[in-house]
Design a protein around this ligand. Structure first.
Ligand SMILES: [Zn+2]
Length: 290
């Protein structure tokens, strides 16, 4: 659609997104689809964000967006008030006053093919992609190529230490960066990746026989026990950085299907803002000896 033709409406955008990311594919606990907006409102520009927070809404409004597509639900749990005196109510008010619609594609975008982790896998040039966690057989999301996370082969094998530095370079920059668990010299050929919190897929990464698994929000006990049991090496990236790559794929799809303009947010919404590497432990004073 050109600027001289009539632009698509919110309903048109919803139809395109629901076709690529059917809401029925979302996990039962998830809340996806149209959150705010009049179906008949024209949409000329769409902002793509991971998180709906005051800063990304400011950015979208400043860019003249008519609709925001977000990965994380703004309203996941039941609410009894969206009064402007509450944090989320304030965001809802800002968007409604500006006549900006909001659409969420979360676990339905994770499971889709192509989905969130395909864009993450592409940053590493992984080939021969297959899902890490397949939907339950017979469930709405069950289908060829679909599932959460991706497994693939790196273009060339590298050590875990090299892969960690490589991951920090190819992922969107954050204060958190990337940390890894396991033998730094371990060779990695097959890599599993899962955008967002991948704690619950550790056993599946082990069962798949991958050399390493990159995800976010990993914790001390599950990670330690996973490694002690001989599981693949782990790379723990910033949550936002693992999902931000998908926004480019989302925006390209919206431009191709609807002829709209898109803006992709590079505003790092990861909560961690400072990172300090400890001084080299080999040259440090022997305060931990004895
Ligand atoms: Zn996430």
């Amino acid at each position: 659609m050109s600027t001289t033709g009539s632009p698509p409406t919110v309903a048109d955008v919803v139809a395109v997104l629901d076709r690529r990311y059917p809401p029925a594919w979302a996990e039962e606990w998830d809340r996806v689809g149209l959150v705010l907006g009049e179906p008949s409102t024209p949409v000329r520009r769409i902002a793509c964000v991971v998180d709906v927070v005051p800063e990304t809404v400011d950015e979208a409004l400043a860019a003249g967006a008519d609709l925001i597509v977000a990965h994380h639900p703004l309203l996941l749990r039941g609410v009894s008030s969206v009064a402007a005196t509450t944090y989320k109510g304030r965001i809802v008010h800002r968007m409604i006053k500006a006549d900006v619609a909001l659409y969420v594609a979360h676990t339905n975008a994770d499971v889709a093919d192509p989905g969130v982790s395909d864009a993450l896998a592409a940053r590493f040039g992984l080939t021969g992609l297959r899902p890490l966690h397949r939907p339950r057989p017979g469930s709405p999301a069950d289908g060829p190529g679909r599932g959460i996370g991706r497994i693939g082969e790196l273009p060339a094998p590298m050590t875990l230490a090299e892969l960690t530095r490589h991951a920090a370079a190819v992922l969107p920059a954050t204060a958190w960066g990337v940390r890894a668990a396991g033998d730094p010299g371990r060779m990695v050929r097959t890599l599993a990746v899962s955008g967002g919190s991948g704690d619950s897929f550790l056993a599946e990464a082990t069962a798949a026989g991958v050399d390493a698994f990159l995800t976010a929000d990993l914790r001390h006990h599950p990670a330690g026990e996973h490694l002690a049991a001989g599981g693949p090496a782990l790379l723990d990236a910033a949550h936002w950085a693992t999902e931000r790559p998908w926004l480019d794929d989302l925006a390209a799809h919206l431009r191709a299907e609807l002829g709209v303009e898109t803006v992709v947010s590079d505003l790092d919404t990861d909560p961690w803002t400072v990172h300090a590497a400890a001084p080299d432990r080999t040259t440090r004073s022997p305060d931990r000896e004895g």
